[in-house]
Design a protein around this ligand. Structure first.
Ligand code: SF4
Length: 80
């Protein structure tokens, strides 16, 4: 769950980190575009959901999308 070795291959580590943490009202389009070309996107998305990252773009998803996914994961876990 907390394995972060994939971060060594993160494409966003080679770009401006602020792109992945846009100000309120800012666009996440460029960050998502970077994510779609990133070789560790599945690992990143799993990590973001497992560790409940609510801020920024992770694994190609923006904050609202991440919140929905985290909420759905919690509901699944509670129902199991
Ligand atoms: S998927 Fe996006 S946020 Fe995650 S490591 Fe890759 S570029 Fe960074």
């Amino acid at each position: 769950m907390n394995d972060t070795t994939w971060k060594g291959d993160a494409l966003c580590a080679q770009t401006d980190p602020e792109v992945h943490f846009p100000e309120a009202g800012g666009t996440s389009r460029n960050a998502k575009r970077t994510c779609m070309a990133c070789p560790v996107r599945p690992n990143c998305l799993d990590y973001a959901v497992d560790t409940e990252q609510y801020w920024g773009v992770w694994g190609g998803l923006g904050q609202d999308e991440l919140r929905r996914l985290i909420r759905a994961r919690r509901a699944e876990t509670t129902a199991a």
